[in-house]
Design a protein around this ligand. Structure first.
Ligand code: C2E
Ligand code: MG
Ligand code: MG
Ligand code: MG
Length: 290
């Protein structure tokens, strides 16, 4: 099958290979997923998971990232697969708003039982961000759920932020005036211009997992992470490292002044009940600070 696909590609753009088995299977899955996603959203079958974000100096959980979860006939479908479908079909707008509301409500409830409140990071996809009413919707969700705006951290990607700078500044400006915080997700993988970074109301950089993966590979990977940390310091931004899986990665990040981290080392996404039961002052999974 892949040979047929390669051959077709070699023949040039615009050629559709209907006889390619693998491609046909992929298209079939895509169509079924789209159909089932609509039904699942309508039936309330999606849920939100909460992955801990920890303060690297003492491994205390300072917040969580809300991650969409969908179990379809017993199997988890990755958001990396269904979010793009939701994005292309416009389903992301109601879905994204539901996730935002659910996350704010859950964390507001969790914080009632805590001394130190958790923050919640929510991913915002391009379509959602470009909705004219996006900013107003976010503020409405904050009002109705009672989550203090400064505890909400919206995660956008570089490409979304860059698409229309004036627009981005307008949307984020209103939200930032209300003290909502903004993070650049998957930082380093997109089109980074140092010029735009300082001109956007963004307060946090999330170092993409691919760079954390490369830390063990030697000097080059380490240099990139150090450079992002320095950039964060220069621009007075927080930096969160994504995808920390090994103690050595956490140790390197601590040593180089990275304030926060997230990854399977500290925990995967938890169900809403677990997050609401999360006690104050208990470090994430790995326990003792380095
Ligand atoms: P992201 O926003 O960069 O989220 C981090 C992803 O990395 C999550 O995958 C998380 O489970 C995974 N991850 C965290 N720590 C580790 C680690 O130590 N090792 C490895 N291998 N992976 C780790 P997930 O939940 O599959 O989500 C994938 C992407 O889908 C997200 O990347 C985000 O771009 C998108 N996504 C997820 N939920 C939502 C949502 O509610 N709305 C939107 N618009 N996008 C979402
Ligand atoms: Mg994210
Ligand atoms: Mg990320
Ligand atoms: Mg990432």
């Amino acid at each position: 099958a892949s040979t047929a696909l390669r051959t077709a590609k070699a023949r040039g753009r615009g050629q559709v290979v209907l006889f390619d088995g693998h491609l046909r299977e992929q298209t079939r899955r895509r169509v079924l997923l789209e159909r089932d996603l609509r039904a699942a959203i309508a039936a309330g079958e999606l849920s939100v998971g909460y992955q801990p974000i920890v303060r690297l100096c003492d491994d205390q959980v300072s917040g969580v990232e809300a991650l969409a979860r969908w179990t379809r006939t017993g199997d988890a479908v990755s958001p990396a697969e269904f979010i793009p479908i939701a994005e292309e079909t416009g389903l992301i707008v109601p879905l994204g708003e539901w996730i935002l509301r659910e996350a704010c409500r859950t964390i507001a409830a969790a914080n009632k039982r805590r001394l130190k409140p958790l923050s919640v990071s929510v991913n915002v996809s391009p379509q959602q961000f470009l909705e004219p009413a996006f900013g107003a919707r976010v503020l409405e969700v904050l009002r109705t759920t009672g989550l203090p705006p400064k505890l909400l951290r919206l995660e956008i990607t570089e490409s979304v932020a860059m698409q229309d700078m004036a627009r981005t500044r307008a949307v984020l400006g209103d939200l930032c005036a209300a003290q909502v915080r903004v993070s650049l997700d998957d930082f380093g993988t997109g089109f980074s211009s140092l010029n735009y970074l300082s001109r956007l109301p963004v307060d946090t950089l999330k170092i993409d997992r691919s760079f954390i993966d490369q830390l063990a590979g030697g000097e080059e990977g380490q240099a990139i992470v150090r450079a992002i940390l320095e950039l964060g310091r220069a621009l007075s931004m927080d930096v969160i490292a994504e995808g920390i899986e090994r103690p050595g990665q956490a140790a390197f990040l601590r040593e180089h002044g990275c304030s926060h981290g997230q990854g399977f080392l500290f925990g995967k996404a938890m169900a809403s009940g677990e997050v609401q039961a999360l006690a104050d002052g208990v470090p994430a999974k790995v326990g003792a600070p380095a």
